[in-house]
Design a protein around this ligand. Structure first.
Ligand code: VGL
Ligand code: ZN
Length: 212
């Protein structure tokens, strides 16, 4: 028996990128990514405040391997803001792959935050784009609303969830990752590296069952 965490008025659930392209059959499918949908639906009922993120790229986005001659998905290139993994085309604005998974049912979500819409910068984190300097506005939104503790869940654990959790800490929020409500892509051991990164950053990992 683990202790139950009581959710209150200053807590927010951040649901990361539960989109068709990240689920089995999608363009950048996260293995067993769809398994988190019922878990997240259930957890979300505990929260008064829920924010959804939506990866939302224009066609020809710089993070797509297809935008770079001779490059293949999952290769890394160096761009002006540092290393960038190249991905299959995914979550293109207005396409079915960019839509939320049909099973996601969180009608009380208060904000849908779109990210990755600048053609030349990728954005894993819900707080900062991959240049680590361009804010999305989410930190200010949460602060103005008096939300101080961020619970993160979704896809992919080792990219958008990880970067969002790190940046939330950097912005001074308490951060809890709901581990069984996440699945990873796992590029070169990135899932293990993500799990190891949490404790030193002060990110707590919990199971969905612990949320009362
Ligand atoms: C993601 C790679 C590229 C994610 C988004 O949601 O984790 N990963 N775009
Ligand atoms: Zn993306």
């Amino acid at each position: 028996m683990t202790d139950t965490i009581t959710i209150g008025e200053s807590d927010v659930l951040l649901v990361v990128d539960i989109q068709n392209d990240f689920c089995p059959g999608g363009k950048l499918a996260v293995p067993r990514g769809d398994e988190v949908v019922p878990i997240i639906n259930r957890v979300a009922t505990r929260f008064r405040h829920v924010v959804l993120t939506q990866d939302w790229h224009p066609p020809g986005h710089r993070s797509f391997a297809s935008s770079h001659r001779g490059k293949r998905p999952f290769e890394t290139i160096t761009v002006d803001y540092g290393a960038q993994i190249l991905w299959p085309d995914h979550c293109v604005q207005g396409t079915p792959g960019a839509q939320f998974h049909d099973g996601l049912q969180i009608p009380h979500a208060e904000l849908v935050l779109r990210k990755g819409f600048r053609p030349a910068i990728d954005s894993y984190s819900a707080f900062y784009e991959n240049d680590r300097k361009t804010p999305t506005g989410l930190a200010g939104y949460l602060r103005e609303r008096g939300l101080t503790r961020v619970f993160a869940a979704g896809l992919a654990l080792d990219f958008c969830v990880r970067y969002s959790a790190e940046d939330a800490r950097r912005e001074g929020f308490a951060v809890v990752v709901i581990e069984d409500a996440c699945r990873g892509i796992d590029v070169d051991g990135s899932v293990a590296a993500t799990r190891e990164s949490f404790a030193p950053l002060g990110v707590t990992a919990v199971a969905a069952d612990a949320i009362g």
